[in-house]
Design a protein around this ligand. Structure first.
Ligand SMILES: Cc1cc2nc3c(=O)[nH]c(=O)nc-3n(C[C@H](O)[C@H](O)[C@H](O)COP(=O)(O)O)c2cc1C
Length: 184
């Protein structure tokens, strides 16, 4: 698959790093905003972000700025409330929002991982609009039924959900298979 991964300046850069590691068999275009660079430094230091091509969000002349450059899907992880608003309203003033707009226009899968809490009315409304436009809204909301023990377990659960939304196989979390009665 050709997949665009965008990292914006919301908390949770580790989710993006883990997703990029899981997508190593795919052709990944990475876009990182200026705010994301700062948050990545605060949260992770200076990690290696694996990708085939890496762009800054200001690079509006990148191949993926055009819908003539085919991609299969895009994930914005984590997605700031600012970028969520811009995607919801088609305000395409950086490469993240322009590429997301292309993905929606071409009817491809767009997965947004919005990170904020509590949520403002504007953010809730922007999620509704983005969902109506075809995006999958996938907030990093934890489930506890598989008894996570570590922060890595929590991160893997969120990233596993993103891979589910992309239709990609993984074993990042234990799926619910009914109560412990031998039921499948
Ligand atoms: C340490 C830190 C954590 C942040 N966490 C969030 C967050 O979780 N969600 C959010 O919407 N914005 C968060 N922000 C604010 C965004 O970085 C800011 O709105 C920025 O303009 C987003 O720009 P971008 O969407 O172009 O990356 C955070 C900022 C900092 C410095």
């Amino acid at each position: 698959m050709k997949i665009i991964v965008a990292i914006t300046g919301a908390s949770g850069a580790v989710m993006a790093l883990r997703l990029l590691q899981e997508l190593s068999a795919h052709h990944v275009y990475l876009v990182v905003t200026a705010a994301a660079r700062r948050v990545i430094r605060y949260e992770l230091g200076d990690p290696v972000l694996p990708c085939a091509r890496c762009f800054a969000a200001q690079e509006m002349d990148a191949s993926i700025a055009s819908s003539s450059h085919p991609v299969d899907a895009m994930v914005v992880i984590p997605c700031s409330m600012k970028t969520l608003a811009a995607i919801a309203h088609g305000y395409t003033d950086d490469l993240v929002v322009r590429a997301a707009d292309n993905v929606l226009r071409m009817n491809k899968r767009l997965v947004l991982v919005p990170r904020e809490t509590p949520l403002s009315l504007a953010a809730l409304e922007n999620m509704r609009v983005a969902r109506q436009a075809g995006a999958v809204i996938l907030p990093p909301a934890m489930a506890y039924y598989f008894q996570p023990q570590t922060v890595d377990d929590v991160t893997d659960f969120f990233v596993g959900k993103v891979l589910d939304a992309l239709g990609l196989p993984h074993e990042l979390y234990r799926r619910w298979s009914g109560p412990e009665t031998g039921e499948e």
